[in-house]
Design a protein around this ligand. Sequence first.
Ligand code: ARG
Length: 582
Amino acid sequence: MRNIIDIITADMQKAFAAAGYDESYGQVTVSNRPDLCEYQCNGALPAAKKYKCAPIVIAKAVVEHLDPDAYSLAEAVMPGFINLKVSNHFLADYLEKMRITPAFGLEQIGTGKTVVVDYGGANAAKPLHIGHLRSAIIGEAIKRLYTYFGYNAIGDVHLGDWGLQMGLIITEMQERQPELCYFDPDYTGEYPEEAPFTMSELEEIYPCASIKKKEDPAFADKAHTATFELQQGRRGYRALWKHILNLSVTDLKKNYDNLNVHFEKWLGESDADPYIPDMIQDLKDRGFAVMSEGAIVVPVSEEGDKKEIPPCILVKSDGSSLYGTTDLATLIQRMQDFKPDKVVYVTDNRQSLHFEQVFRVAKKTGIVGENVELEHIGFGTMNGKDGKPFKTRDGGVMRLETLISDMTDFVLDRVEKSNFSEDEVRDTASKIALAALKYGDLWNQPSKNYVFDMDRFASFEGNTGPYILYTIVRIKSILGKYGEYKNLPIQEPTSSYAKDVMLSLTKFSTALENALKASSPSLICAYVYELAGFTNKFYHETKILSEENEDVKAGYIALIGLTKSVMEACIDILGFEAPDRM
Ligand code: ARG
């Protein structure tokens, strides 16, 4: 279904042509003077230069050729703008089409295309903390946005499961329980099904080993060796590693579920490992990889670089591979298994240089084809009210679990409890808490830092997730009282309040298209906030259920029914949902 702007633009272009001017001047935009008109076309101004006459002359001539049925206002104003208001009839028609078309008529530009969204970035054996929050929230929204456009969007957590933390845990375990069969190099039997530790033990083992690494060089050496041997395939270490991985993934899934974040793939750095030797050999053979101070590197600096882009190091002088090596090998795996048209990475801004290097190597060596798009969405920091990265009260790193449960408790203290079962109160509170957390984050452009403010984010008023939920819940309640409404057609607006809601609804596709183009879910937040505002205004100014004329009432109900569906589609992309009551 064509976007309303495109429909009006096409009409305007026809009018330019009919008036004897080039149709390319007919681009229409949403008005920047909503007090005067809803849409505008400024094409007569540049056209005047070409046709060497006054813009107003062109504008006046063009207006004569517009479809009279479609506009309640079409006027040429000085110096040559064309101001438009769409007719009630046109508007109702458009929204009715939107109502009955899948995805509200959003053009499915992703059909037949695949995009891999690499987000989450969790590390095995380490609990999720605040630093992982934004990647999960933004990444999930970006993935859902792609899906909504018809893409086959594959979310991959790209688990950090292959690094030194594994060697550290193995070494620490060996010090604590050297008698375990995993450490006996001569052991040839089966390894136990059951892990020799629980998740909570693991959570104690890792930080303990991590401290030892800093204080005890011999321990650090052992951990490096263990990491190396693990990667070389030492049986006992692999078996232990599998235990760590299983426990971690179960725990991580539980945490991500609480955030309503779900990955299609749980691949990790280890899955890229088998591709590394051939990749390095190939890059050497083709002359891309060169020796530099004992390391194997791929130079990536380009003419015109504003700052120095250092070479991408594939193998360090001690023989170990690096973060970039894994990311390149992962690209080989992804191209082979998923054939993506695009790969999007959602990480902290501070990894920008890393991805710049990786993308350059991938492009120049042909690891990804010319038509494959690579994008890094870098995000800023979530800060505390002091403007510094968010910390726990005692200055530690806050676990994601704690943040979510703090937020839920905070909401729980404030929600309505009478007439609700205990389960419903809990469920509603967690839905509101999630909306508060996610909307508070996504409202900001990803690249910007923001201040985490529980009070503000959880408020039912103002620009917040709970306010959006509240608007939806209010509509749900009216619809519930009305009864069956799904087949009611959209009618022409009977007030300016209704028309404002309707005009706002027409902007749905444009809002999503802009969000996709800018890789910024914040534009969806801004849209849904605008729609909620007009909806609440309409609600306050209109007696909906007590309207006596049944026809008019049905029109109101159809309108808020569509509004609810559109708002729900938006928040579903943002990754949260509305309760039935609150
Ligand atoms: N695990 C990494 C970290 O904690 C993030 C991974 C992001 N994805 C990637 N393909 N590099 O920083």
